[in-house]
Design a protein around this ligand. Structure first.
Ligand code: ATP
Length: 379
């Protein structure tokens, strides 16, 4: 199979198991993000794919070739890390040329003076210069080719690091938090650039990030990792709208999903004295967790009664922090600013709920199916 196949990768550091038989298949040309909280094992997995760390067991195939026992240099991959790792004594053009020079020229041909006399050197150097120029134009750093890294901004340095990965067409790009040293504005623009580059180059890419926005906006698919395991693999929409378990639902989305303690009943789900119009396939009395994302609420004439405790203005939207009258659960609702005129701390409001977007989880946090009913909530 082309793409990347990761099969049963295990890794322990001393007694700590950091990767627990992780398997993932990437299609040729796919952009996959490994996303998860700090310490979940995503960097360790990326370094194992790269050949910078060895797994205790399992196998890695890149572009149809088993590379498990090959050195990083022999895996035909290009890496971009959060620290740009440019050679400070070389110009931008020379930095971009390094991977090509290392591959295209023999050690003898690489010698600055004597190398020029070696047969074939001039033609190869011309070809390298042309590819450096092409990569530089794609990344809009053509005007910086004669500068040294110290004379560049953080964003420009990261573009050079990306360019260095791009100058040769490797079988895979491996990126570890490449945007984390950039300020917010540069992050957003470089994010777009990486996506465009990926589209243009069509190289299978594994991208490590703890930032869910990056993972959701850039990827074809997202692997949500926690505690050394992949909890779920899916498109950004799938993992957000159809999370397989509560841990995934809680990790994705900001503000965090609201979770309410409910109990199954014959006529709906009980939240304190209120019966919610949702039917679960669970025995009456079973304790469950209901997940409602902040955007599932709207201010309405009737709905769940709540008391406003705090308001956060975000510009076009407003976050209402409140407490439900039914059971005193804290709740966060994301509301369009235009609909919140006159809202004040201490006010009593009614929150209409988009029940179709509700998520239900069992006591272990596994997702349960539920069917919305027609009637509104009643006390
Ligand atoms: P972060 O986003 O913080 O980089 P991560 O998900 O990339 O986190 P890893 O760097 O892969 O996590 O680390 C996974 C776990 O393995 C962590 O608990 C870390 O402390 C541990 N770990 C990583 N490298 C080593 C090592 N060389 N020796 C011992 N423990 C290690």
């Amino acid at each position: 199979m082309a793409g990347i196949a990761i099969e049963g990768i295990r890794k322990s550091f001393g007694a700590t198991q950091v990767l627990k038989a992780v398997s993932l298949q990437l299609r040729q040309g796919e952009f996959l993000s490994l996303v998860g909280p700090s310490g979940c094992g995503k960097t360790t997995l990326l370094r194992i794919i790269a050949g910078l760390k060895t797994a205790d067991s399992g196998a890695i195939h890149i572009a149809g070739r088993e590379v498990t026992r090959l050195r990083a240099a022999d895996r035909d991959i290009a890496m971009v890390f959060q620290n740009y790792a440019l050679y400070p004594h070389l110009t931008v053009a020379e930095n971009l040329a390094v991977p090509l020079v290392m591959r295209a020229l023999t050690p003898w041909q690489r010698l600055p003076l004597l190398g020029r006399l070696a047969p074939g050197t001039a033609a190869r150097r011309r070809e390298i210069a042309a590819r450096v120029q092409a990569a530089a134009e794609m990344l809009r750093i053509g005007h910086l080719l004669d500068r040294r890294p110290v004379q560049l901004s953080g964003g420009q340095r990261q573009r050079v690091a990306l360019g260095r990965a791009l100058v040769r067409q490797p079988s895979a790009f491996l990126m570890d938090e490449p945007l984390s040293n950039l300020d917010a504005e540069l992050r957003a623009s470089t994010r777009r650039e990486i996506v465009e580059l990926h589209r243009a180059a069509g190289v299978t890419t594994v991208y490590v990030t703890h930032d869910q926005v990056e993972a959701m906006t850039m990827s074809d698919r997202v692997a949500v990792m926690m505690g050394g395991e992949v909890l779920q693999l899916g498109t950004p929409r799938e993992v957000y709208e159809e999370p397989a378990e509560l841990r995934v639902a809680a990790f994705l989305g900001s503000p965090r999903i609201n979770t309410l303690k409910v109990a199954a009943a014959p006529d709906g789900l009980r939240l304190g004295p209120v019966t919610l119009p949702l039917q679960a396939a669970a025995a009456p009395g079973t304790r469950l967790t209901l997940g409602l994302r902040p955007e599932a609420f709207a201010l309405a004439g009737e709905g769940l009664a709540a008391r406003v405790e705090h308001l956060e203005f975000l510009g076009a939207e407003l976050l209402l922090h409140g407490r439900l009258a039914a059971d005193e659960s804290p709740i966060i609702a994301r509301l369009p600013q235009a609909e919140t005129a006159g809202l004040a701390i201490g006010a009593q409001v009614a929150l209409a709920v988009e029940w179709r977007a509700a998520l239900l989880f069992d006591a272990e946090g596994k997702r349960l199916r539920l069917a919305p009913q027609r009637e509104a909530a009643h006390a």
